[in-house]
Write a protein that binds this ligand. Structure first.
Ligand code: TXA
Ligand code: MG
Length: 325
């Protein structure tokens, strides 16, 4: 199969909707990362996602809708607190987990009786879902384990030959995946931190729980798999980075440093960011670039674990082989 990167014209979006109607899969942009979509109500189509990504069967997918009210078609009941968050943050990077109705096939939920749903804030994604006339099951459109794709080219590199179309929506605005919050437990619980932070949520609905990044008790099946890994070894540094360390590690390695713009060290390859928003937007692309430049070690400076920093550190911890504290 030949994979084409196509522009988000009306005709192309219609072509993709048709491809989805046939039970095939295509990739599309969202405000977080690119998604690999299939008709969420078609078991056979959903299965194709798992095969293309090489994704473990027990890791459930997110259902994407284009109209807030559609959630009632797929879940038994929307608790008041969930509704408050939906009203505040949708369309946007927030996924809610609720008890599913029968119409939702077990393939998308990996056999669980709950389903994850979100309404993305991306015009192309919304148009595609509306044109299709069914919700889209969509995980991030990378090969399983790799960094999530934030450019159409990333999707192409991972999935060429496996899908017909990638709709090019330029760089994703946010760059890391949506916040996932589970409403099936007694106290709502964040299973995956994202741009919508605990503080933003608690302002609306009061106290919630957060699952720690390193937990033995796995609630979200996706939490137990390795994620976001570039080929290079990632060293996450929580202390001040000394020039001597830089010199020593650079002697025998091809090293990339990802640093806050205020950190001043001398090295051959440095990528700098000023804000956490900038880091989130670029981190996965920088990981992928490093791989294409045959970099064997990426040294990343840790950020403060507050607000968006929490989500960034969650991804960095999962990607890293070594954490220096
Ligand atoms: O921003 C995003 O959420 C992107 C874009 C494409 O929308 N999608 C995404 O999907 O990141 P994925 O499949 O890479 O991550 C979905 C996460 C996984 O960790 C999965 O285990 C969890 O959500 N999940 C899905 N359904 C669940 C359920 N019923 N119960 C618990 N966790 C669930
Ligand atoms: Mg993913």
């Amino acid at each position: 199969m030949i994979t084409k990167i196509i522009k988000p014209t009306k005709i192309n979006i219609e072509k993709c909707a048709l491809e989805l109607k046939k039970g095939n899969i295509i990739a599309f942009p969202t405000e977080t990362v690119y998604g690999l979509g299939a008709n969420a109500l078609n078991s056979k189509a959903v299965k194709k996602i798992f095969i293309a990504k090489g994704r473990p069967q027990d890791n459930p997918l997110i259902m994407h809708i284009a109209d807030k009210n559609d959630i009632n078609k797929y879940v038994l009941n929307v608790p008041k607190k969930a509704q408050l968050l939906i009203d505040k943050f949708w369309p946007g990077p927030l996924t809610v987990i609720l008890k599913k109705k029968k119409i939702v096939p077990k393939e998308i939920t990996a056999g669980l009786n709950s389903v994850a749903i979100r309404m993305p804030a991306n015009k192309i994604a919304l148009e595609l879902i509306s044109k299709s006339n069914f919700p889209l099951a969509a995980p991030s459109a990378n090969s399983s384990g790799k960094p999530s794709p934030t450019k159409a080219k990333h999707v192409y590199d991972d999935l060429k030959g496996k899908i017909k179309y990638v709709i090019d929506g330029n760089d994703c605005d946010i760059g890391i995946e949506s916040t996932v919050i589970d409403f099936t437990s007694r106290t709502p619980t964040i299973l995956r931190p994202g741009k919508i932070t605990k503080e933003m949520i608690e302002k609306i609905i009061g106290k919630i729980n957060v699952t720690k990044t390193k937990t033995k008790k796995v609630k979200s099946p996706g939490m137990k798999y390795t994620h976001y890994k570039p080929k290079a070894e990632v060293i996450l540094i929580k202390t001040r980075i000394a020039q001597k360390f830089v010199n020593d590690i650079s002697k025998k390695n091809n090293v990339l440093f990802i640093l806050n713009s205020k950190t001043s060290i001398k090295a051959k390859q440095i990528l700098k960011y000023k804000t956490n928003e900038q880091l989130a937007k670029n981190i996965f692309a920088w990981f992928r670039d490093a791989d294409s430049k045959k970099i064997n070690i990426i040294v990343v400076e840790a950020v403060k674990e507050i607000a968006l920093g929490k989500a960034i550190m969650n991804r960095l911890k999962k990607a890293s082989n070594v954490i220096i504290e």
